[in-house]
Design a protein around this ligand. Sequence first.
Ligand code: CAA
Length: 259
Amino acid sequence: MSEKVINIEKKDSFFLLTINRPHALNALNSDVFNELEAFFSTFHGDYSVKGVVITGQGQKAFIAGADIKEFASLDAVTGSALSKRGQDVFFMIERFHAPVIAAVNGFALGGGCELAMSCHIRVAGTNARFGQPEVNLGLVPGYGGSQRLIQLIGKGKAIEMLLTTDMIDANESLRLGLVTHVVDSGQEVEKAFDILNKIAAKGPLAVHQCIQLVNAYFDKESNGFEKEYKNFGLTIGSEDAKEGALAFVEKRKPVFKAK
Ligand code: CAA
């Protein structure tokens, strides 16, 4: 059996996942994908899990990309399959019922930037560096980067980053909207848990459905407005919504049960 490449720590109703391949700057090899898939398929829909933080081991890199050393034997068919597999696992992150936050400590390049972008929220340390360097290798991004980068920072800046491969630092990524917080290097995980703690007090079904609605905006098969009125109906018919309204009237904090 292969050695574990992700440290998984349970912290109350949250999990901290640390990609643990520091000798390769936490590059994403097939073992990392297997472990991410196992984690997100096990816990998807388990409302006792109220959030996940993903970070990289050490202070040099969040994730320096896909593991380039696995590329040597790939051809058009196997390469396309590897890309599809990565996309599928990142969709599992993007569609997770509870918020997933990337705590970006150092380099987030190629697949690392793509993993961060599949998370719902990104927090950067001051040493974070984001980039999509695939064209340096004669490749295009394979794990959704060509699409999510445009979603997050717009076409003009995205195409420049993709073609020049210039990295952007934490402050530039904040200015562009790629991350929503910059904190002192080493404080990313703590900041991510602060955000999760805030969200954990909200209605869990409503949180899940907000995530679905935001995703629907970018899903060409979905009508986000139609989904919104349907989800509004689902949430307002829930026990949690009754509890939310009652708690408001009784001037107390609601106790949500994800029902
Ligand atoms: N895959 C495999 N190993 C990697 C790696 C990667 N993506 N990135 C770094 N490493 C390894 C290096 O080979 C090196 O290992 P050895 O000590 O065994 O030689 C170790 O990590 C440390 O790296 P460096 O010595 O290169 O460290 P540095 O400080 O000089 O440079 C860096 C840091 C600028 C991040 C540089 O490592 C780098 O450019 N890495 C590659 C980044 C990249 O191109 N990422 C995109 C990958 S392709 C992709 O992700 C495609 C996709 O979308 C699917």
